[in-house]
Every structure is written in structure tokens, then in C-alpha cells.
Design a protein around this ligand. Sequence first.
Ligand code: GDP
Length: 527
Amino acid sequence: MVNNLEQEVKRRRTFAIISHPDAGKTTITEAMLLYSGAIREAGTVKAKGKKSNKFAKSDWMEIEKQRGISVTSSVMQVDYDGHQVNIVDTPGHEDFSEDTYRTLMAVDAAVMVVDSGKGIEPQTKRLFEVVSHRGIPIFTFINKLDRDGREPLELVAELEEVLGIDAYPMNWPMGMGRNLIGLYDLYNERVELRGNDEEEDDIFIPLDEDGEAQGEHSFKESSIYSQALEDAQLLHEAGNEFDLDKIANGKLTPVFFGSALTGFGVQTFLDAFVELAPAPEAIELESGDEVDPVEDDFTGFVFKIQANMNPAHRDRIAFIRIASGQFEPSMNVTLNRTQKKIRMAHTTQFMADTREEVSTAVAGDIIGLYDTGNLQIGDTLYSGKKAVAFPPLPQFTPEMFMKVSPRNVMKQKSFHKGIEQLVQEGAIQLYKTYHTEEYIIGAVGQLQFEVFQYRLLNEYNAEVDMTPMGSKIARWIKEEDLDPSMSSSRNLLVRDRFGAPVFLFENQFAERWFQDKYPDIELEQLL
Ligand code: GDP
């Protein structure tokens, strides 16, 4: 039991890091753990193989072991400066899946890490779009300042142009690469001089009224400093204004510069982040009412299911974002979809270096509940008497497709049962070709296909044949607009699992061609 729920909730900061692979997500997470004191030295979060040394070993599904994917680090809780920071992982690369997007539905803020040499990359853009849809604050960290990258002004302009969000530089690099001498810190009105070596702390010098570093310093003679001053002046005159409301609504992103690898600028970033990022706020219910995070009754929703961690038991972990109240061990809750009672007996939370039974958790926290198949993605759990339902989680437009059929006709039944359950659970999306009713599955990441195949075999004893169809652009059309003769090999007509008609376009060219030919037909996509 926590003594003061309100106080506990207020110090929560639950966020995800979004970035393109290799921008430095892992490194900055490691730096955060380091500064929070959760780990003693850097280098432990890194390297997939090494991860298991620091994070509790687990028997996640075989496929994950083979691929070296670590799920143990799905959520990390660290204390930073009096705040409990919950970092929720968004897998990238080949472990990318719809779960990655759904995870973004369970956080209160996002940190976008950008490689200063590369700018905005495709995966960052896609994740940004999903986060942006929610209207939550997005903090930008432009990383790898210890290397020569692109011009800061150019990077900020690109951010605004490519993502369509206003940017407010909180600090500005003084040089980069070998010439990196520090940060001109507009937010804290100071200059942060980079310590000379690993042992030496950064030095902070306040600004005077003219925006100059106070006192006499040799760096003030350098062209690097005067360039930063000039840029800062330009930002002041022509840039966006600092606006807390806009930040809170995700309309303005505070931009920080630094180097995760050397730790430079990370603490400055973290200090501002815990100050400006929101504590858990009220969440809207399907009814339109709101749930206040400090209400006594426990409410929460399932946003991710990690299946089959132990094939012998077929258990799964349902990840639950607590929306209000607090979790108590073995508490009884109602599952809204079935109105059945569930005892939350076997739970887990994820500390930086251990996985342990949950003793207390409050609104904003994420807990893992071992489940034997009762829970589905989007389910609401509540402890009070009054029924509570959170809105369904959004569905995401799949980008890659496979034709599937049972290998053994004798196993048709288990094949169908398996598909039905995996689709319901949200592991994969199902479509059928319009005329022949062949099964097509859709996903946002290759991993989903592999998990699908593995689970059908291991949980339903059904072997499947899968024929890749490659990537397609899925666009929904209205039933009344449907004319099957519009379908061709370049825009295959299918129905989704609710029966709605969908075209799978071969590429953008095919989509444009279709739009030119049928200008009155509206093509829609999911999130
Ligand atoms: P992730 O794929 O986004 O998790 O990226 P990682 O954190 O694994 O980093 C990718 C590569 O970039 C690794 O080789 C890191 O050592 C390197 N890296 C990360 N941050 C920095 C940085 O600030 N400076 C430099 N020079 N390299 C970095």
C-alpha cells in the first residue's frame, strides 16, 4: 500500500523512446540508468547477447532466443531525482511489430532520438506519426554530437518540415565532433562547458543580461562560441516561442542536443524532461467520462501480450497500464469484456536489473500479469463496482502480407481455431481475398509472421504454408463504393476480418493510378 496515492502518482513519468535503429535509443537508455544510479557502469544495456547478464534471464519463446530479442527490458523503472521514471521499450529493427505501436498508447510522453548525422529517418517518422496522433508531449534529443554531423539549424528545420511539428531548441551545440566545447543552454540560461575527460564534470556558467557567459573565459574568444551566440540570437528573433501548452499537446517539441555515448548533455536533458513531462493524467473512457489517476478504484488496460514464455505452460504476460488507483498483490478485478472476476495473483514488474513480483504499483505504472488466455489486447480491468471500459486501441495499417493455408488438410480445424484466436488477441491481422476467400495475413513487421507461424504450430499443432506477397499499401473503401471490377493484379481486393472491403495496392504508383481513374472514391487507412 502506498501512503499517499496522489503524491506517488505525481512523481511518475511514463514514456517511450522512439527512433530509427542505430540512432542511439539503447545508449541513451543506458545513460539514463547510469545517471539514475540504477546501474554502476555503462555497457550493460548494450549488446543483445550481453543483456541477459544484467537483466533477469528468462525463458521467452524459442524464436526470441534465436533472434536475441530481449523482452525482459520491455519496461524499466528507475528513480531519477525523486521521480519514478518508467521507460517503455519500443522494439525496432526486425523485432518491430504492432506491439511497438500499441506500446505508444500506454505512455504519457515520448522521447525522439535523432542521429545528428542522419536527421529524420523513416522509422522515426512512422513512430512519430503514431505518437503525434495521441497529442502527447514529444521531446527531441539530437544525438551523437561528439561526431561531426549536420548543421544544427538544418536539423531543426528538417524536423519541422518532415514531421510538421514546431521545434523549440532548449539548448544549442557549441561546436561538434572534435570541436564540441559545450552547450549554449537557452532554457537554463547558462553555458554548459564540456568536461575535458570522463572524470571531469561539466562546468556551468550563467548568462548575463546580454546572453553572454558571465566572466572572462578563453572559450569566449573562439569562433565556435560566437557562432552559437549568433545562432541563439537568430532563434530568439525568428524561432518559435517556448509554450508549455503547446508542448503538452505535442504541437511543439523541445529540442536538446547531446551525445548519449559520452553522456554529454544527457543529464541536462533528463532534468528538463522530468520537470516538463507530464505525470499521469485523466484518461477518457468509452462512455466519454474520465478516469482520474488518483481515484481509489484500480483501473487499467491491456496494451500488449507477450505470449508463450514457457511452452510447457502456455503462459503469457499481459502488459497492463494502470490508469487509476493502485495495484495490490492478489487483488480481484473484473474483466470488462466478459464481466468475469480475475485474481491478479501472479504479476511482475521490471526493475532495471531484476524482475520481481509487484508489491505496489500506481497509476502510470506498467505491470505484467501472467495469464492463461483470458486477456486480450485492449481489455479493461477494474476493481470498483461500476463497470469501466477504455476505448479500443487503434488498429494499425499493415504494411506486409502473406498468403496462408494449412499444410495438412486434416488439421483444418486447429488451423482455423488458431488463426481466430491469434487474430482476436491482436497478434496478426486477417484478410480474405474477395472471390476465393483465401487467407491473407497482414503485419507491420516481419516478426509478427514468425510469431504467428511458431504459435500456430506450438499452441495449435497446425503447420502452415506461407507465401510472401511483399509489402502492399492497404486502403479501405466504403462498401457502397465497391465494384469488384475495380480489382486487378496491382490492386487486389480483399475483405478485413469485419468484412470491410480493402484494396492492397502494389505500390504508390498503383494507388495513384487508381485514384486518377476513380477520383470519387475515398481511400482510407487505419492509423
Ligand atoms: P539503437 O539501435 O537506437 O538502440 O542504437 P544504439 O544505442 O545501439 O547505438 C547505435 C550505435 O551508435 C552504437 O554503435 C553506439 O555506440 C553508437 N552511438 C550511440 N550514441 C552515440 C553517440 O552519442 N555518439 C557516437 N559517436 N556514437 C553513438
